[in-house]
Write a protein that binds this ligand. Structure first.
Ligand SMILES: [Fe+2]
Ligand SMILES: [Fe+2]
Length: 237
């Protein structure tokens, strides 16, 4: 079912579906300060193919909703290598893809709105702290811990299992540190409240930060509450 039409305002489309910004950036459609007008106007002005742009938006929306509608696996029983691949593909993939985008956004709103919203300096700083910490954390998981888990699953040896659980405490501490930065971001942004005098990029940035929070919570949940305890349980047998 079609979701978006060219009569809708550009800013409203991005507010309802933040990923629409990818399509608008691709076609150089200004969704920030030029967002308060119907999409049709920008399409005509830039002599774009209306059907092509609208189809692209609706297809992206469709694949996105199908992805989130996929039935959740029972991760307590799924094979451990399937769980690890799911974490890497879905959650690490999300972070590697979106951290650079959100970085550009927090810096942009600081530059444009920082004079009237001094808290944006702290938002930008906190975000870059979590970005740096997560990049190191993901690398540690992808190059040390997950390969160790896979090695154990193949060999079934006690030594490989000890290697797979060796750095879990360290990883859990890093999860807590990331969670604390997310909490601080919520305090600084007053639960991501949008001021009245701001543009669509500001709204998009806060939405992306909330998506980051949501995804990271799910990601940390799968590691702390499912993957790590399952490994400990095998180790303690
Ligand atoms: Fe992870
Ligand atoms: Fe992790």
């Amino acid at each position: 079912m079609a979701k978006f039409e060219s009569t809708q305002h550009i800013g409203d489309i991005v507010a309802n579906f933040p990923k629409a910004s990818q399509v608008f950036m691709e076609y150089r459609i200004d969704f920030c300060c030029g967002g308060n007008r119907p999409l049709k106007e920008a399409i005509q002005e830039q002599q774009l193919d209306e059907t092509e742009v609208i189809d692209k938006l609706n297809n992206l929306y469709k694949s996105y909703s199908e992805e989130i509608a996929l039935k959740e696996e029972n991760w307590l029983e799924a094979d451990l290598d399937v769980l690890v691949d799911h974490i890497v593909n879905k959650h690490h993939g999300f972070l590697w893809r979106e951290l650079p985008n959100i970085s550009q956004l927090t810096t942009k709103i600081l530059r444009v709105h920082g004079a009237h919203h001094p808290e944006l300096a702290k938002v930008n700083r906190l975000f870059h702290m979590i970005k740096m910490e997560l990049e190191e954390h993901l690398t540690k998981e992808e190059t040390l811990q997950y390969p160790a888990i896979k090695k154990y699953l193949e060999s079934n040896s006690k030594e490989d299992l000890s290697e797979a659980v060796r750095i879990i405490n360290e990883l859990e501490e890093e999860h807590t540190a990331a969670g604390n930065i997310l909490k601080e971001l919520r305090v600084v942004t007053k639960d991501y409240a949008i001021p009245d005098d701001v543009c669509a990029t500001y709204v998009l940035t806060y939405e992306m930060l909330q998506t980051l929070e949501e995804d990271l919570f799910q990601h940390i949940h799968l590691e702390n509450n499912i993957l790590f305890p399952r490994l400990f349980a095998i180790n303690n047998k």
